[in-house]
Design a protein around this ligand. Structure first.
Ligand SMILES: Nc1ncnc2c1ncn2[C@@H]1O[C@H](COP(=O)(O)OP(=O)(O)OP(=O)(O)O)[C@@H](O)[C@H]1O
Ligand SMILES: [Mg+2]
Length: 325
């Protein structure tokens, strides 16, 4: 990419997976060879600490695996391919690792041009913001308004439940105000806003009648048959939950899509996420089956984000409220 860095900000005023998503997004981008700068504007430097810790963890694993390779070589023993693959994967991830700097929202606002110039060779600048970015009247603080205006893409994460509709209304109001401000000053509002809907499948009840009706395996005479039947039931439940998630994404799109079109891929809650973050790990470091599922699901989110950035935007201008640029 020879273009200036694309600026992404994740904004929501509740603790709702922003920092975790930025960690995984930046690592996924690194593995695709993109250079990413993260700007940590949270007073508690969560993402900064995490990224630094992740670097140390990766460096240690590289040293350990290199020593293993050396030892096997010296003993004249065969070197396992998966060990070499892991080493290569880690070295690539380390070389392209996301870089993180900490600035307050106020400093970021004041230094934005300098930062963009200093990191001009980066592909993405991702901004992690603290939870409290709204004032007592639910209006965004001045710096967050400016950050939204600077950004190419603002991602607003929501837990896919009705409570978050209140937040969605607030965010839609903010976008509407920003558009109005930009247009009344004779400018343009070019920032794209996409919602990232997060779902916990464990909390979504599968429709048992539907699942039973779709079961094709009916034999329960042997243990093997019963196991196969249970596996089919489990898979059908997962499909049913997925269709409920898709319906919720469509419903959100119908209600808020004008200002916050939802990203097509949802963020799925999986038990692997929380502890990975605390240990300086990411879902991209682990090799377990559950990590692979989380990676596959999150890769779709990354793809949807990259597509949203690339999409031609509808711009509000002074002359014409809505034209396509
Ligand atoms: N996909 C996921 N599956 C399961 N748990 C998750 C997932 N993403 C984040 N979490 C957990 O949810 C909690 C909140 O996440 P996180 O700190 O990333 O949110 P945040 O929006 O940055 O919060 P804040 O607004 O306080 O900065 C953490 O415990 C995190 O580990
Ligand atoms: Mg956070």
């Amino acid at each position: 990419m020879n273009q200036p860095a694309k600026i992404l900000a994740l904004i929501s005023h509740k603790s709702i997976t922003k920092t975790t998503t930025i960690s995984n997004l930046s690592h996924s981008l690194a593995l695709q060879g993109y250079r990413t700068l993260i700007i940590d504007t949270d007073g508690v430097p969560a993402i900064q600490m995490h990224i630094e810790q992740n670097k140390e963890v990766t460096e240690k694993r590289i040293i350990k695996n290199k020593a293993k390779v050396e030892l096997l070589k010296n003993k004249g023993r065969a070197i396992n391919q998966s060990l070499l693959d892991q080493l290569e994967y880690d070295e690539f991830a380390l070389e392209n690792r996301p870089i993180v700097i900490a600035r307050s929202l106020y400093e970021l606002d004041a230094q934005f041009d300098v930062i963009k110039r200093d990191y001009a060779h980066f592909d993405f600048i991702i901004v992690d913001v603290p939870a409290k970015v709204l004032d007592s009247k639910n209006n965004p603080i001045k710096e967050i308004k400016r950050l939204i205006s600077f950004s190419d893409l603002v991602i607003t994460p929501y837990k896919g439940d009705t409570q978050n509709a209140v937040t969605a209304v607030t965010v839609s109001g903010i976008i509407e105000d920003l558009k109005y401000d930009a247009v009344s000053l004779g400018g343009k509002f070019t920032t794209k806003v996409r919602s990232l809907l997060a779902f916990d499948p464990a909390r979504i009840k599968a429709n048992s009648k539907e699942v039973s009706a779709n079961l094709t395996l009916t034999d329960t005479s042997t243990t093997a048959a019963r196991l196969a039947r249970n596996a089919e039931r489990k898979a059908l439940k997962e499909i049913d939950r997925k269709s409920q998630i898709d319906a919720d994404i469509r419903a959100f799109g119908d209600a808020f899509g004008e200002h916050q079109k939802p990203l097509e891929a949802p963020l799925i809650f999986r038990s692997i996420y929380p502890n990975q973050f605390n240990k300086g790990q990411t879902i991209y470091n682990a090799t377990t089956e559950s990590a692979k599922i989380a990676q596959a699901e999150f890769n779709l989110v990354v793809k949807a984000i990259l597509e949203a950035i690339a999409e031609t935007s509808v711009v509000a201008t002074a002359q014409n409220e809505s034209i396509t640029n």
